[in-house]
Ligand binder design. Structure first.
Ligand code: GLN
Length: 543
């Protein structure tokens, strides 16, 4: 193998312009050329991981196989490359300082003083190299959160600069920048991007590529301007306009000849690409005209960013719907409104199905329980994800078993019927406020019972899925719930933990919840079997 290559993706002008999709798409096109790729995210926040961050503000917490609670971009990396991300694919300022301080306390700096420069960048570099080694990647793509010019990003940019000297000819920078079009002018402006390039110069870096994010394609004129002013060959100024779906981005990059130029620039052979299936999917999506309407009954809506909050759920719905020739129409239903006015539940009649996604704490839970009961009685397909299976179980206990006040101890510690309760190993953690990274996290095996809806979907008995929860179905109530008709179709291999609850097909078209998060494993070209089964039931309801 040649020297490993490193490509840093940094943002210019402003955040939220799609660096994550850009990094994923760069990974995808390099992988489609037969290169071993790893993608890594570096976030500037001091949090050790994303597990303690509010999803409505910062987006979904993505969980990896090894239990890492990471930034949502790791989900994009997985969906684009099909590779699973691990702890080594994610770093934060918090992790970096924690490790440097641990080493200092262990006298590993041999009596020297420990400095922000160069000790922090050195630790950043160490982590990038660990990621490269673990993944044996020929090309490692590192996405930096934030925007150049931000203070918090300096140690990271310095790490890139140091790597450039350490590995000359193997380290590259892609600036993902934004070209605004002021409405009065109606013309794209490149000045802010020129400014971002200067910001990179000021820390000793020069971009090798500029990706021009904008609503429209970058014009030849503007490419030439950026090329001239920033001394970057014009073929390395890549147009990255808004597209129909995120899955168009790698295709669009290849239309710009990005794959060839990138490989040539980094000194690797521009092998033949294989992007046919992907391109076919991206094109198919645009032609779909049939619609399936799915309501998300949740609570983390601040109407700017629910797309980020539930990104893996949305993408899983997309993948399963597209495969069946449907375009999903997703409605955001704030569960709290049903608590004040249960009559509003009748709006669910007009939907093809509902999903109750993951969540924490009391707020909105009573409304979800009402929605679960309504969906059961009205035979509306219901799919519960993590909190959603707990809601399903509570609703069943209250309304079918008639256990008045049944609840989760998370919502009411003094409930007379704790049908959902803490796992034994969680009791001390909660008492000691040991909240960070302490849930049941990551992949666990699960055994399915034959002749169930779950088995019908997976078509296999042994599965593995990713978890993120502290509470679970209380084993004391399992027999009673089963006698009343609820089926626990998936359990931990030792039989102790209930992983899937469902109603049989002859009772309800689809009424199923999982203690795990299937949404983390759906891929555009291989939808998750449970999402496929759910969407099939939703389409069935239309008929
Ligand atoms: N709050 C619930 C628990 O901790 C559900 C968690 C989730 O939905 N991810 O068990």
């Amino acid at each position: 193998m040649k020297n490993p290559k490193y490509i840093f993706v940094v943002g210019g002008v402003m955040s939220s312009v799609g660096k994550g999709i850009a990094a994923s798409s760069i990974g995808k096109i390099l992988q489609s050329r037969g290169y071993r790729v790893a993608i890594m995210k570096a976030d500037m926040y001091v949090n050790i991981d994303a597990g303690t961050i509010r999803p409505a503000e910062h987006g979904e917490v993505f969980v990896g196989e090894d239990g890492v609670e990471a930034d949502q971009d790791l989900g994009n990396y997985e969906r684009f490359t099909g590779q699973t991300s691990k702890r080594v694919n994610y770093m934060t300022t918090g992790q970096i300082y924690q490790e440097v301080i641990r080493r200092e306390r262990n006298l590993e700096y041999g009596g020297e003083d420990v400095e922000v420069y160069p000790d922090i960048p050195k630790e950043i570099i160490r982590r990038i190299e660990v990621c490269q080694k673990e993944n044996k990647s020929e090309i490692t793509v590192i996405e930096y959160g934030g925007t150049v010019g931000e203070h918090q990003l300096f140690p990271f940019l310095e790490a890139t600069r140091m790597m450039r000297s350490k590995f000359p000819g193997d380290v590259f920078v892609v600036l993902t920048s934004y070209l605004p079009t002021p409405s009065l002018l109606g013309e794209q402006k490149s000045k802010p991007t020129q400014r971002a390039v200067l910001d990179l110069y000021s820390v000793g870096l020069k971009p090798d590529f500029v990706l021009c994010r904008a609503d429209k394609p970058a014009t030849a004129d503007i490419k030439r301007t950026i090329s001239n002013v920033c001394s970057i060959p014009v073929e390395r100024i890549i147009s990255a306009p808004d597209v129909y779906s995120i899955y168009d981005v790698p295709v669009n990059f290849e239309n710009e000849n990005f794959g060839n130029t990138l490989l040539k620039t980094i000194g690797l052979h521009p092998r033949e690409r294989d992007l046919a299936d992907w391109t076919a999917l991206a094109n198919k999506i645009k032609k779909i005209d049939k619609e399936v309407t799915i309501g998300i009954v949740g609570k983390y809506f601040n109407f700017k960013s629910c797309k980020d909050t539930y990104i893996s759920v949305i993408e899983s719905i997309n993948h399963a719907s597209w495969a069946q020739g449907y375009k999903p129409k997703i409605l955001w239903l704030d569960s709290e409104k049903y608590e004040n006015n249960p009559k509003l539940l009748s709006e669910l009649d007009g939907l093809d199905g509902i999903i109750v996604p993951g969540g924490f704490g009391n707020r909105g839970v009573e409304g979800m329980i009402l929605a679960a009961d309504y969906a059961r009685r009205k035979k509306i397909p219901y799919f519960g994800l993590c909190l959603g299976v707990q809601i399903l179980t509570i609703s069943y206990a209250r309304n079918v078993l008639k256990l008045k006040g049944a609840n989760s101890t998370e919502m009411n510690a003094n409930t007379p019927h704790p049908v959902i309760a803490t796992m034994a190993d969680q009791i001390d953690k909660i008492k000691n406020k040991n909240y960070g990274g302490s849930m049941r996290l990551g992949a666990y095996a699960c055994t399915l019972a034959k002749d169930t809806v779950a088995f019908g979907a997976y078509k296999t008995v042994n599965i593995s899925e990713r978890h993120r929860h502290r509470y679970e179905v209380n084993t004391k109530y399992v027999a009673e719930l089963e006698q009343a008709g609820l089926v626990f179709s998936g359990r931990s291999p030792d039989g102790v933990l209930m992983e899937i609850a469902e109603l049989p097909k002859k009772v309800h078209p689809f009424y199923l919840g999982t203690q795990f998060h299937p949404e983390f494993k759906s891929r555009p070209l291989s939808p998750h079997p449970l999402f496929s089964a759910f969407v099939k039931a939703c389409v069935g309801k239309q008929k």
